[in-house]
Design a protein around this ligand. Structure first.
Ligand SMILES: [Zn+2]
Length: 263
């Protein structure tokens, strides 16, 4: 088994709001991977005393622990329990009903001798590769289906589509969001590798079209997660120097995380 993980903040002066972990219980019978991308809060406030890294560390820690210790729970049940545990940690001090309470995208995968389960919520990506080299991308594409006009930078518009029917869903303080996640189970024999990427890293495919998802997984395997992120940074610097034709109004650099697991 081979596992590799790399994460880089978009801005070295700001805390990285991504979270990544690999859980390998001592039984040696399986494991899990967790990748979160914390949503950058608006300057107008979140109703919460805590930072996004505070939130992602607690949610990610709970997901890592529960996914390997509670094998009888589905990944949706694991996500719901982790959200509840995290909410309880600040329910007394913070307004968890605030629409911009700290939140994150989620990729969760768990393998056993028999199966590989996955869960994706919001716009991070999970790639799975079969023994014959076929790569499947597991995405929650709700965000890309929200009309662009609704995603205006203005906070009122954002609040009408965030965690609302017809909009898109992120893990925040309400455990019922777990039922919105994209999930699936594959036989272990049909999966030889997994890669999870936050949207700062999927830019390699989605913004800069360096290759398709198969090429992306191949690059991660051959050069490693850190090299893929470094290539994204090069492309971002070149795009900014050219007047941002690819990135447009998006920030030049975003927090970027890649986790690779060869089963
Ligand atoms: Zn709080």
């Amino acid at each position: 088994m081979r596992t590799e993980l790399a994460t880089e903040p978009g801005d070295p002066a700001r805390p990285n709001e991504d979270f990544a972990a690999i859980g390998l219980p001592a039984s040696g019978q399986g494991g899990s991977l967790v990748v979160l991308d914390g949503v950058t809060p608006p300057s107008t406030g979140t109703g919460c005393l805590h930072s996004v890294p505070w939130y992602t560390a607690r949610l990610g820690g709970a997901l890592t622990e529960l996914s390997v210790s509670q094998r009888d729970m589905t990944l949706q049940e694991v996500l719901a329990a982790a959200i509840t545990r995290t909410a309880e940690a600040h329910r007394q001090t913070c307004d968890l009903s605030h629409p911009r309470t700290p939140q994150a995208t989620v990729v969760l995968a768990r393998w056993s001798p028999a199966t590989v389960e996955h869960l994706v919520l919001s716009d991070s990506a999970l790639l799975s590769e079969s023994p014959n080299g076929t790569v499947t991308v597991h995405l929650d594409d709700r965000l890309s289906r929200v009309p662009r006009a609704s995603l205006a930078t203005n906070e009122i518009a954002d609040a009408t589509v965030r965690n609302k029917e017809g909009g898109f869903f992120t893990a925040a303080a309400d455990p019922s969001v777990a039922s919105r996640a994209v999930t699936g189970t594959l036989p272990r024999a049909e999966v030889r590798a997994l890669a999870a990427l936050t949207d700062g890293a999927t830019r390699w495919v989605e913004r800069f079209t360096e290759g398709d998802w198969t090429a992306c997984l191949t690059a991660v395997r051959k050069q490693g997660p850190g090299a893929l992120i470094e290539r994204v940074r090069e492309l971002e610097r070149a795009d900014a120097a050219a007047g941002s034709p690819r990135l447009g109004r998006s920030k030049t650099h975003d927090d970027a995380t890649v986790v690779y697991v060869e089963l």
